[in-house]
Design a binder for this molecule. Structure first.
Ligand code: NAI
Length: 711
């Protein structure tokens, strides 16, 4: 038997080595060994070469790096590379017709197209900690490489349906138990990928002694009664991926009724339909946008500041959630208050939040104590001296914040990062209260801060690049998605709310009811309508802002008095049991209130507005285009670095439906030219509030289809 040979590249992403009489094909397409065009070409070439070489008895396919294969290369979806020859099915056709066994050696993950490829191999050897699954439904797709046809033939219809419909992966041992894999390479998860390949080579060599090798697609689907109509009926119409789930059920049903070739064609047709649809495109857009957002090129090569201890100032609504975010990531945090009662309230809230999580089985009792032990409550301001990062979350008042930053400047170590959680105040003015504005930054967490994934990282005029880079990295350490934004009134997310709420207020005056406005937008997909959201957030905060800005408000622009009039009644939303809606004490359920209907009608009368019937489409169009137009200005001003960052802000901070991709991507799916035409029409009808963003006009004039093109 010849020894192990040097590996040779067969394509930029696949290499070939000979281990005696076994050929080992190594996928090397970071980050997840996606089955892009060069990977498929390399696999085809490698398998062909091994089959043609008489010195080779068997083939092992393994992945370099942390995983076997994360699936299709979704970067290539809807591009020519995705459909370039060979397709995975062409490679699997070679394998299925072969006399020599092909073994998939799976560590890390085999997901989506990666598992589908492995299902087409004769054998699968797995590490115990490997994860095998078909998560396509999460991107509103069905598996498109035979997964719905081969999986039921290996694990039975019921189990296959469960895996495909939930998208949840199974572990290595479970995979062997249910017939999805053939052997666990014991200890390989500890010993590393080489140990797995060694075990896979043994399996391959043994298999090479028989003339026949198992081919999943030639197996019969195991008997078992599954009522497919009942499965379809059981899919919740509210499920975000209901369409994909139903298509997946039909595909598995096809596996039970059709010969394999027809079943594969049926599945492929469903995949093609879904992959071309806006919903799946939008989810893929957000998937990449989330990965793009944390990147900060200016920070490349800069030394990050160590963040080993954090101090949070203020144990109110936000301070509590922020402290929990650090404790959850194992980072010790001092929670500093000026009042004992507020501190006690904050600590008991933290405990209660953890207990609720534990009662759902998501946290063990000892984990509660471990996390609580990481939070040190104190009234001693001096505790900031030990912190590498201070996050200020006290009242939203410039004078208070400036006083605190002056104190921080005096008390913190020279390397500390001084952050404020302000929602709308000017970071540069806050930084001006210190002698080290380069160390000051905004970390705008969203409520509840321990739950919401979004973190707006607000870069001040003087904030230094290493402080930004450190905060972008820190955010990921505490499981947040950071989006870098610039200073302006409300930064990205809250700034866009202003025109969004403005249109909601106008629509009320023109004839819509609060429940109609909210209903139209929740049917559109928003997690919550704008008026319910205002009630939840507290209307007093915006009232204060409007009063602050009133002296500079242009007199010629229309202004709705509805929100002010509600606040003048002492109704600030849920916390006062009344806002746009009324609330039973202790309940968060909004109840329409005739008093508010009257108030709205009065405002309309006073403003001389004749009320009319308003349809859902108008509500959606006006509120969405208000977001989009403001978003375009934000991009132009450089407050956001990319349109996709704004989408991340809205999906992860404001309940915008991910399957619509965020407001800016949604506008692109409508067509930027159509969006501009509608804005111009709204301008003609409703006046100067609808001045089109110059960027939008320029893009349309240049024929661009996306906000990021030409930037
Ligand atoms: P809050 O009123 O619930 O809590 C503020 C806490 O700070 C109180 O417990 C108060 O006793 C404490 N505090 C005041 N002065 C202090 C001092 N000198 N030292 C230590 N503690 C002091 O306020 P909330 O809602 O938590 O807001 C805090 C900050 O976060 C504000 O700047 C707000 O704009 C911002 N924010 C609020 C959001 C929200 O949804 N509530 C969302 C994002 C940001």
């Amino acid at each position: 038997m010849s020894p192990i040979t040097e590996s040779i590249p067969l394509s930029p992403t696949v290499s070939y080595a000979q281990h005696g009489d076994v050929a080992v094909l190594m996928l090397n397409n970071p980050p997840v060994n996606g089955l892009g065009d060069t990977t498929r070409a390399g696999l085809h070439a490698g398998i062909t070469r091994a089959f043609e070489d008489d010195a080779i008895a068997a083939v092992v396919i393994a992945g370099a790096g942390k995983v076997f294969c994360g699936g299709a290369d979704i970067r290539q979806f809807n591009t020519p590379a995705a459909t370039a020859w060979p397709a995975s099915r062409d490679i699997l056709a070679l394998v299925e017709a072969a006399k020599k066994p092909v073994v998939a050696a799976i560590h890390g993950v085999a997901l989506g197209g990666g598992l589908e490829f492995a299902l087409g191999c004769h054998y699968r050897v797995v590490t115990a900690d490997a994860k095998l699954g078909l998560p396509e439904v999460n991107l509103r797709l069905v598996p498109g490489g035979g997964g719905t046809q081969r999986l039921p033939r290996l694990v039975g219809v019921k189990r296959a349906l469960e895996m495909i419909q939930t998208g949840a992966p199974v572990g290595g041992r479970e995979a062997v138990r249910i017939g999805l894999a053939d052997a666990v390479a014991d200890g390989a998860e500890m010993a590393g990928a080489a140990a797995l390949v060694t075990r896979a080579i043994e399996v391959a060599r043994r298999a090479a002694q028989s003339a026949e090798h198992p081919v999943a697609s030639r197996k019969d689907v195991p008997e078992g009664v599954v009522d497919f109509e009942a499965c379809l009926a059981a899919v919740s119409p509210k499920a975000r991926n209901a369409v994909a789930q139903k298509a997946a059920i039909r595909c598995v049903q096809a596996a039970t009724q059709l010969p394999i070739a027809e079943g594969l064609a049926f599945e492929r047709a469903r995949f093609e339909e879904l992959v071309a649809g806006n919903e799946s495109k939008s989810l893929r857009h957000i998937f990449f946008a989330e990965r793009e957002a944390p990147k900060f090129a200016e920070g490349k090569g800069l030394a990050l500041r160590p963040i080993e201890r954090v101090a949070v100032l203020g144990s109110g609504t936000m301070g509590v959630g922020i402290a929990m975010s650090y404790a959850n990531a194992g980072i010790p945090v001092a929670l500093i208050e000026r009042e004992q009662a507020a501190l006690d309230r904050g600590m008991s809230l933290i405990r209660r939040n953890y207990e609720i999580t534990a009662s759902k089985g998501k946290l063990k009792p000892e984990q509660i104590e471990a996390r609580l032990a990481l939070v040190t409550p104190t009234l001693a301001f001096e505790a900031v001296a030990e912190a590498d990062l201070v996050v200020e979350a006290v009242f939203e008042d410039m004078a208070v914040k400036q006083a605190i930053f002056k104190q921080l400047d005096a008390a913190c170590k020279p390397t500390a990062i001084l952050a404020t959680n302000t929602s709308r105040l000017d970071i540069d003015v806050i930084a001006g209260a210190t002698s080290r504005p380069g160390d000051v930054i905004g970390l705008h967490f969203f409520s509840p801060a321990n739950v919401m994934k979004l973190l707006e990282v607000v870069r001040g005029r003087a904030t230094s690049a290493d402080v930004i880079a450190t905060c972008m990295a820190m955010a990921q350490r505490i499981q947040k998605i950071p989006v870098l934004v610039g200073v302006c009134e409300g930064f990205v997310g809250n700034r866009m709310l202003t025109p969004y709420w403005r249109e909601a207020g106008f629509l009320l005056e023109e004839g819509a009811s609060p429940q109609q406005v909210d209903g139209a937008l929740t049917r559109f997909g928003m997690a919550m309508g704008p008026l319910t959201m205002a009630d939840l957030a507290g209307m007093d905060i915006n009232w204060a802002t409007r009063k602050r800005l009133a002296p500079t408000r242009p007199a010629h622009l229309r202004y709705s008095r509805v929100a002010d009039r509600i606040c003048e009644l002492g109704r600030f939303g849920q916390k006062t049991n009344g806002g746009y809606y009324r609330y039973e004490p202790g309940s968060r359920t909004p109840i329409p209130d005739p008093l508010i209907d009257e108030l709205i009608a009065d405002c309309a009368r006073e403003a001389g507005i004749a009320r009319r019937e308003i349809c859902d489409a108008e509500i959606v169009e006006r509120t969405m285009l208000a977001l989009v137009n403001e978003g375009a200005r934000i991009i132009e001003e450089g407050i956001a670095r990319r349109a996709s960052d704004i989408d991340v802000v809205y999906v992860h901070g404001y309940g915008f439906p991910a399957w619509r991709g965020g407001p800016m991507f949604y506008a692109e799916t409508l067509g930027l030219d159509k969006v501009l035409a509608r804005i111009l029409a709204l301008r003609a009808q409703h006046g100067a509030h609808w001045e089109a963003a110059p960027l939008l006009e320029r893009l349309v004039a240049g024929g661009a289809g996306s906000f990021d093109s030409g930037r």
